[in-house]
Design a protein around this ligand. Structure first.
Ligand code: AMP
Length: 593
């Protein structure tokens, strides 16, 4: 088959089928069937388009044309006045659907009159990808106008249903509810044996570019995927920690623990290849430009081929004190005033791991071997240091280490298994966190996703009275509600909630949310917030861990309070998970027995 022959309609038909179901297995089936049909040369593009973009996420290239601008393109393509489109948009809520309806009406009415429709050639995947890529690349003066023109031209060639998905894609609103794990399932069904899924997942964990992986798999089979290696410049999915609430239990899990300070800052993965240095966040975003001071230090280190990981904290250089997270949050997401921010909010990067060095994948080596290498190559610089660790086998020394960690401004400790490999992308018992809050009566903070909201009354009229919060269930790939959150907001934050969530508003509950509660507003699960709770209880109305402890009961967090910390560094899939909440409930039962 010629590449140019693969019609965009083929992809759009799959989108339509996916939109009509919430059953994971059905979606997997639709995708694996599509993958089998698509020529391997363009399967990478198909994967990116399914994910709503054109490139792997870590490149951070957004198509993002504002919806209001898109209206100009739709107007130019259909000759319908912008005000009419705007009105219809307000009525229907989804601009993609509006475009589909408008083009469909117009096609019917004017087909005979308008020549452009009669000479219209069907759109191919290649053509749509190329045009969208062109739009994404435009920048600078005059670029908005050019984007509108190119998009309107594309729309003139699109069938109504194709136009719907083009608009959803360019506005960043294609939300099929297809997570990366589901794409991996579909790829393994299409091109490998189900049992080989872990090979594909491992490749994804060390090289999170699903488009590239799909292409290698389709062209070279599993052997090709096995040859995908850790590569400086491509972020690695981070290893994550479990939690426990007392030291005795930690030592039972890891009798000889390598105990490190748990710094409260921003996780940073540092990639060095010759003169090129890249810094990635926990969400794998490229944050290099926000930390030129760290980049400079790494450059001076004379290391030429390595990947390190550490936690970057705000730091008082005079006292050596580690400052609270709020301080370093001033350095994140900044596009302007970076030089001033370096002065106002100095930082220190505490490196705790070395994942790759001089062509060698170190993730397969033990913790102690990796630490040895880290210590041999990193000499403390102005802004870079190494996290300390101590091998501990008893409660007394553990407590001493913990208290010292708190004293210097850390939020707790992480106990690591000295023999463990670095498990990219996995949360496991080889790393266990133990935090300050665990010593108090309160449960730990949890990071929950806002999935809905309720209208405010009385003093809160005009804003939200509470948010509906959910945990992520990785087994079911969905978000399960766990509490209503109405406390911990200052007045200003409270009044600004509707504006903050505006871009995530949905007409109906998102497909990936499981709720027994009917919220007044629904959101795309996107925003992660840190919450402190008093207790976890069984709940007949919340769906978190439904039936796991008691039939027809879920779990709820009682008296939840927003700590004020928006976890912008976490995506919704990094939120506290249902198994973690279940574990916390069980531990709490043990503690209070
Ligand atoms: P949490 O975000 O509560 O799940 O805790 C895990 C996080 O602690 C990691 O993602 C790191 O950002 C951070 N962290 C701080 N210090 C360390 C350390 N010494 N080793 C590993 N992770 C650390």
């Amino acid at each position: 088959m010629l590449l140019l022959d693969v019609l965009y309609r083929e992809l759009v038909d799959t989108f339509e089928k996916i939109e009509k179901t919430s059953k994971r297995l059905e979606i997997t089936d639709y995708l694996s069937n599509l993958f089998k049909k698509i020529p391997s040369d363009i399967i990478d593009k198909v994967v990116y388009l399914i994910k709503g973009g054109l490139h792997p996420d870590y490149l951070g290239i957004e198509l993002g044309i504002a919806e209001k601008l898109t209206i100009k393109s739709i107007s130019a393509a259909t000759s319908i006045p912008e005000e009419d489109i705007l009105k219809k948009w307000q009525e229907i809520g989804d601009l993609g659907t509006v475009t589909e309806i408008l083009i469909s009406n117009q096609t019917k009415e004017e087909e005979s009159k308008k020549n452009s429709y009669s000479i219209k050639k069907p759109l191919t995947i290649e053509a749509v990808y190329m045009v969208l890529g062109h739009i994404a690349k435009l920048s600078g003066t005059g670029s908005q106008k050019a984007k509108i023109q190119i998009l309107s031209y594309l729309l003139q060639y699109a069938e109504p249903v194709e136009a719907k998905y083009i608009i959803k894609t360019v506005t960043g609103k294609l939300r099929l509810g297809v997570g990366d794990m589901l794409i991996i399932d579909a790829l393994s069904i299409a091109f490998a044996k189900k049992t080989d899924r872990n090979v594909i997942e491992r490749a994804y964990n060390i090289y999170p570019d699903l488009g590239m992986i799909a292409k290698v798999l389709a062209k070279e089979g599993l052997d090709g995927v096995l040859s995908i290696k850790i590569t400086p410049g491509i972020p690695i999915r981070p290893m994550l920690a479990e939690r426990l609430y007392n030291i005795k239990e930690i030592l039972e899990k890891i009798p000889l623990s390598a105990v490190e300070n748990k710094y409260d800052g921003i996780r940073m993965q540092c990639h060095i290849k010759d003169d090129i240095i890249k810094l990635f966040s926990r969400r794998l975003e490229d944050i290099t430009d926000q930390f030129p001071d760290i980049r400079m230090d790494l450059k001076e280190s004379k290391i030429r081929d390595a990947i390190f990981e550490g936690e970057c904290v705000a730091f008082n250089q005079n006292t050596g004190e580690i400052l609270p997270f709020q301080e370093i949050s001033h350095r994140r997401g900044r596009k302007q005033g970076i030089i001033q921010a370096i002065e106002d909010y100095p930082v220190c990067l505490f490196l705790f791991d070395c994942l790759y060095k001089d062509g060698e994948d170190l993730t397969v080596k033990s913790y102690l071997e990796r630490r040895k290498i880290l210590e041999s190559v990193i000499k403390p610089f102005d802004k870079i240091d190494i996290s300390n660790y101590e091998i501990i086998d008893n409660i007394k020394d553990f407590e001493k280490f913990f208290d010292r960690a708190l004293e210097i401004g850390c939020e707790g400790i992480i106990a690591k298994s000295p023999d463990s490999k670095y498990m990219a992308g996995a949360r496991g018992w080889n790393w266990i966190k133990y935090k300050r809050e665990y010593k108090s009566e309160l449960v730990d903070t949890v990071d929950l996703v806002a999935v809905g909201a309720f209208s405010g009354r009385g003093r809160r009229a005009g804003t939200y009275g509470a948010l509906l919060m959910a945990a992520y269930n990785p087994d079911k790939d969905c978000f399960e509600t766990v509490c209503k959150l109405g406390t911990g907001f200052d007045d200003d934050t409270l009044m600004r909630l509707p504006a903050k969530f505006e871009e995530y508003r949905l007409k109906e509950i998102d497909k990936s949310v499981e709720s027994r509660i009917d919220a007044d507003y629904w959101f795309v699960p996107s925003v992660v917030m840190e919450i402190l709770g008093a207790e976890i209880t069984l709940s007949p109305i919340h769906t978190c861990g439904l039936g796991s402890i008691k039939d027809d009961f879920g779990l709820a967090i009682r008296f939840p309070r927003f700590t004020g910390r928006w976890r912008d560094d976490k995506n919704p899939f990094d939120a506290t998970t249902t198994p973690e909440i279940i574990e916390m409930y069980k531990l709490q039962l043990k503690r209070f027995k």
